[in-house]
Design a protein. Sequence first.
Length: 575
Amino acid sequence: MFSRLFPVAFALTLTVPFPAAAQPASKPVRTVTDADIIGNVTFSADTVYVLSGLVFVEEGETLTIEPGTVVKGRPSGTSGDDSVLIVARGGRILADGTASNPIIFTAEADDVDDPDDILLSSPAASRGLWGGVVILGRASINTATGENNVEGIDATTEPRGIYGGGAIPDDDDNSGVFRYVSIRHGGAVVGADNEINGLTMGGVGRGTTIEYVEVFYNRDDGFEWFGGTVNTRYLVAAFAGDDSFDYDEGFRGEHQFWFSIQDPSLGDHAGEHDGGTDPEDGTPYASPAILNATYIGRGANATGGKSNNALIFRDSAGGMYFNSIFTEFKGHMLSIEDLDPTKGSQDSKARLEAGDLAFQYNILGRFGRGGTASELGGDAHSAALLADASNVIRIMDPMLQGISWNRNQGLDPRPVGSSPAWDAGMLRDEPRESGFFTDVDYTGAFGAENWALSWTALSALGYFGAAPPPVPPEPEIPGEEITGAFSLSQNRPNPFAATTHIDYEVPSTSHILIEVYNLLGQRVATVVNAVRLPGNYSETWEARDLSSGVYLFRLEATADGRTEHVSTRKMTLLK
């Protein structure tokens, strides 16, 4: 039931507007309107809550939702508006579920205990059955005024839909916690070409926690950001009717472990990335860093629907994808907008040239268009980016354990043990040294464990398989090739522009030879050729005369004419 942190006048009507089979019999059902959220309110797990119309958590108010709570949304017709939960600027939501007791937002007609009550094989029947969740904040956006009104809510009649900080933004703004939450069957149409996303975030600040969130079978986009600086982890966009991950208006922040799988019959880009709307070249530019994504398209041989390209950057959008997997798209991998320079507007190609857009250390495989950079690039400069060896892009099958778009337990996005995703030498280091990113030894969103099990609709409805964890190859442990006593660390920084540092440990007096080779096996430099006493050493190496690319550095230790140890690692030079 509802609980209050301080007394206020409150009235709530107990209603059961649908057949008894549509609700767990053991839980009472309570209808929630906008007038019911006053001050601090708690939704408890022993009650099912049904949103009716636009329900706001206003400035100064806090909505707490207990783990295991089910919140449902009514469609239009019962209240005049599709049901949407909106956390306005200055409001807070504390929806902190757990893996075993997630918080579920879904349609009024959805019985979460019956996996067959909504016909998932028909997109028209299972999407757009209610609105969605909107979180708004005061972080910076790149519109001319620094503010905007969130799509799906009429600005002329509802001023509480404003987001952004205006002239005085707060990039550390805190809208609360949204963790272990599954949002299902939303995306109702509120006007021509105006549907509601599963989770919309407008001007949300980095003080907000967004992690372990799934959007399942939404009519429009899965996730959409309008500016803001919020950081996110562990996001799932499953079978969105349009794009999986969409951002606009100068979205930034740091993001890791994003997973997308698209419906075989519809769905556009896995990532639609726009920079600005008014003006299109407004600042700050969109420049999120996204590490360890796995995007599965509609199928390399999918028919009908949209072109199904993996990523598009436009309207001066930047953004960075590192250590990620893209597979089963029928269209292009990447398109980067290049406008006619006579028009005077900046474009995303300008962001690429300025270093605000990067695509490196990724695996691309099983595309319908083919398997070359020229086939996967949506334009000449995108194809050149994919072909550039310095970007360390591998066009090959990522070898996931199972890809299925059906409820047959055939979906397992973890890499098999022999997958190239396990090559720890082909990973990009944390790009900003912020401390946000988790250091993992694999490419893509998943390693040996499937973090989306148990709390998602994909898990509850039988998409995921239950195969044992993959057994990756034994990682290279520096210093153990022969004696296990020496060590050669990864160079730092890596990648590097001109100068890098090589650290190593010598356990006994030895002659140390450290050389650098290109990928043709040709020696290009000698870093060390000297006797070293026991101890830890760091060598500074400059590569100003070499071109961008991947190189190997090799340590060989000898004593008394006998080889004691050999280690080899990869490094990347980017100029």
